[in-house]
Design a protein around this ligand. Structure first.
Ligand SMILES: Nc1ncnc2c1ncn2[C@@H]1O[C@H](COP(=O)(O)OP(=O)(O)O)[C@@H](O)[C@H]1O
Ligand SMILES: [Mg+2]
Length: 153
C-alpha cells in the first residue's frame, strides 16, 4: 500500500512524542493497524497514544499474553491488542474486537492475524528500522488523521 505520509523517528523520545500526537488525533470508530517486525516500536507507539488519551500515569503493559487490554478514556474505550499469539481469526470475535471495530478506538499489533475481520476503513501505521531510529509510514483511510496530525505538528 502506497504511504500517504512518512515520518522519521530518530530515537525513542521522538517515537513517544509522535505516539502522543497520534493518540490525541484518534476518535471513536478508528482502527489503527500497527505493522512492523519485532522491536519496531509498535507497543512503544501504542503506549504513548494510550497515555495521551487515558492519562500519563496509566500503566500500559504489552498485551503479548492477554492479547487485549482495554482503557477507559474521554474518547470512549480504547483497545490495545497484540495478535501474535492469536489461535485463529474466530478469536477476534471472542475477544470482543469485532464488536468494538467501528465503535471504539483500536490499536492492533500483528493485524495480519485479523483475516476477514480486517476493517476496510482501517488506518495502517507501518514501522521500520532506520539506523538507530525508525521510519513510520501511514496508509489506508487516514485523511482525517493526517489533517489532525498536521494541525498538531
Ligand atoms: N523511534 C524509535 N527509535 C529508537 N528506538 C525505539 C523507537 N521506538 C521504539 N523504540 C525502542 O524499540 C524497542 C522495542 O519497542 P517495542 O514497542 O516493544 O516493539 P514492538 O512492539 O514493535 O515489538 C523498545 O526498547 C523501544 O523503546
Ligand atoms: Mg509489541
Amino acid at each position: 500500500m502506497k504511504p500517504l505520509a512518512e515520518f522519521l523517528l530518530p530515537d525513542e523520545e521522538a517515537g513517544r512524542r509522535f505516539g502522543a500526537r497520534l493518540g490525541l488525533c484518534l476518535r471513536p470508530g478508528m482502527t489503527v493497524l500497527l505493522q512492523g517486525p519485532v522491536g519496531a516500536g509498535k507497543s512503544h507507539l501504542a503506549r504513548a497514544a494510550i497515555r495521551a488519551l487515558a492519562g500519563e500515569a496509566v500503566d500500559v503493559p504489552s498485551p503479548t499474553f492477554t492479547l487485549v487490554q482495554t482503557y477507559e478514556t474521554p474518547q470512549g474505550e480504547v483497545w490495545h491488542a497484540d495478535l501474535y499469539r492469536l489461535g485463529d481469526a474466530g478469536e477476534v470475535a471472542e475477544l470482543g474486537l469485532a464488536d468494538a471495530m467501528g465503535r471504539d478506538i483500536l490499536l492492533i499489533e500483528w493485524p495480519d492475524r485479523l483475516g476477514d475481520y480486517t476493517p476496510t476503513d482501517a488506518i495502517t501505521v507501518t514501522l521500520a528500522y532506520e539506523g538507530e531510529g525508525r521510519r513510520l509510514a501511514i496508509s489506508g483511510a487516514a485523511e482525517g488523521l493526517l489533517a489532525c496530525l498536521e494541525g498538531s505538528a
